[in-house]
Ligand binder design. Structure first.
Ligand code: 5GP
Length: 198
């Protein structure tokens, strides 16, 4: 059976990164796709693990050469999923997880209709704002922009295969893992039925 492409997306501040890390810790059968970005490396990040850090010029070359499965400009920087590694893993039967923002998720939906898209919802808009403020990475103006973007993104949520609320982290991670396992088992069952000798 081919692997399944899972996409974890949702508005900035819903906790995609944290949820993704926990899912990978608890489910060793899914592989994270390492994205490329033109943003500078931050403390505690590792080249080739957190991201592949490339210049804007190199990123544009990668787009022009058709190397990206999807990409988006976020906060003035390019972010994208290199195609090659994802296709290789899927072809070899591994499930792959992408942790990307919603513009990129919309591209994956078009290009890869069999992908399973998971939308993370914040418990409330107040909580979303509080999470953005307390992580202290963005200015108040930027936070306002992200909250505005979140409204557009929420309107896309029902185009995803499922929506999961990130209120309690542990509950949320468990729901994401349950969803991944259920989809994996369903596809495995269909594959077994199709390959059964009668
Ligand atoms: P950060 O700079 O905080 O690591 O990431 C900023 C945003 O970019 C996050 O919402 C993250 O999910 C998103 N992101 C990370 N990698 C990719 C990618 O490959 N494609 C897209 N479209 N978004 C990404």
């Amino acid at each position: 059976m081919k692997g399944i492409l899972f996409v974890l997306s949702g508005p900035s501040g819903t906790g995609k990164g944290t949820v993704c890390k926990e899912v990978l810790k608890r489910n060793k059968n899914i592989f994270l796709s390492v994205s490329a970005t033109s943003r500078p490396i931050r403390d505690g990040e590792t080249e080739g693990e957190t991201y592949y850090y490339v210049s804007k010029e190199k990123f544009i070359d990668m787009i022009d050469n058709g190397e990206m499965l999807e990409y988006a400009v976020f906060n003035g920087n390019y972010y994208g999923t290199p195609k090659h590694a994802v296709y290789k893993l899927i072809e070899s039967g591994r499930d792959v997880l992408l942790e990307i923002e919603p513009q990129g998720a919309a591209q994956v939906r078009k290009l890869f209709p069999e992908a399973e898209l998971i939308f993370l919802l914040p418990p409330s808009m107040i909580e979303l704002k509080q999470r953005l403020v307390s992580r202290g990475r963005e200015s108040m103006d930027e936070i306002k922009n992200r909250l505005k973007a979140a409204r557009w993104e929420l309107l896309q949520a029902d185009k995803y295969n499922t929506q999961i609320i990130n209120d309690d982290l542990d509950d949320c991670v468990r729901s994401v893992i349950d969803y991944i396992n259920t989809k994996h088992n369903q596809r495995q069952k269909i594959d077994d039925l199709l390959n059964e000798e009668i």
